[in-house]
Ligand binder design. Structure first.
Ligand SMILES: [Zn+2]
Length: 322
């Protein structure tokens, strides 16, 4: 069985309620959430990455372990593990989440730009038939992409890294490199404008993937296959509690079907594959957190999240032994 290999910097998700009480924390970020989902579907998965020598780094590795994702995570003493600090509020009778990249108490940043993965070490450990998954195209990921002939998948939720690049550089990073590319609407709009394209069909012809998927949230998904566009609206909208992880649930289900179909995609596959994503996505929307269908979120104390709380509470770890 092929191994799904995810590569990137670990990012933890830390959840707070509206009065900034901690709800819990877990490992996060698209590329590794996809691996957790694929592992729970019975596939072989492996994570290569990096984190800081700190509590959230250990928690993120433990989360991969608890999801059954084998991993080789380099612990870099010079960085702090990235974290999204996610505050849950209720706006107009609905849950709303605000995600920030710094401690909500002392405002100290737990974020860095770029990547600290050891790209050459990882490259040496990749096997020929591994299927590689990426959720951004920073220089280190790009080095691995440019030096491998493996099947590759891309899930892009942000476009900041492309803003400083010209049209040809962007096309070079994408063109012919990926089997399936999953984009959200913001990234789609950015590419159409930046690459001077009139529509998704032109985008497909320029990027040359086997399949491009545009995710439009509650309005469903567009699939572009063989230069034709197929749209699937969502007919039944659920009362969502938290939309984090919904996109990952969607894409991992598509990856599952593509793999089980020997990596072949025909137009007849698209509707059944789309329909197959719906039950999983609905379940994820009804829970807080991206991995809570697989395992519980970890209970944590404020002092574990940031040293600014060091003096204020005793540590009691739930099911986390670090
Ligand atoms: Zn703090």
């Amino acid at each position: 069985m092929n191994r799904f290999v995810g590569i990137g910097d670990l990012v933890a998700d830390v959840y707070y309620d509206k009065s900034l009480r901690l709800i819990g924390a877990d490992g996060g970020v698209t590329v590794f959430n996809l691996l957790c989902n694929l592992q729970s579907m019975g596939f072989n998965t492996f994570a290569f990455g990096v984190c800081g020598d700190d509590f959230l780094g250990k928690l993120s590795i433990k989360s991969l372990d608890d999801c059954g994702v084998k991993n080789d995570i380099y612990i870099d003493k010079n960085i702090k593990t990235k974290a999204y600090q996610i505050r849950r509020r209720i706006v107009d009778d609905r849950y709303a989440y605000k995600s920030i990249k710094y401690c909500p108490y002392c405002k100290e940043s737990c974020w860095y730009e770029g990547s600290y993965i050891k790209e050459k070490d990882i490259l040496a450990k990749i096997k020929k038939d591994d299927i590689l998954i990426f959720d951004n195209l920073n220089e280190k990921n790009q080095y691995i992409i440019d030096n491998t002939t493996n099947k590759k998948l891309l899930d892009l939720g942000l476009f900041d890294e492309f803003e400083g690049l010209n049209k040809n550089d962007i096309i070079k990073k994408l063109q012919g490199n990926f089997e399936i590319i999953n984009l959200n609407e913001r990234v789609e709009k950015f590419f159409l404008a930046k690459l001077n394209l009139k529509d998704d069909i032109e985008l497909f012809k320029t990027i040359k993937a086997q399949l491009i998927i545009i995710t439009r949230g509650k309005r469903g998904n567009d699939f572009i296959l063989d230069g034709k566009k197929y749209s699937f609206p969502i007919k039944q909208v659920v009362n969502e509690v938290d939309d984090s992880g919904a996109g990952d649930a969607f894409f991992s289900t598509i990856i599952k079907n593509w793999t089980n179909n020997s990596f072949i995609i025909t137009e007849d596959n698209l509707e059944p594959w789309f329909n197959d994503t719906l039950p999983f996505v609905r379940k994820v929307l009804r829970r807080v957190g991206s991995r809570t269908l697989i395992k519980k979120m970890y209970k944590v104390k404020k002092k574990d999240i940031c040293p600014c709380w060091q003096a204020k509470s005793l540590v009691i770890l739930c099911n986390l032994q670090v």
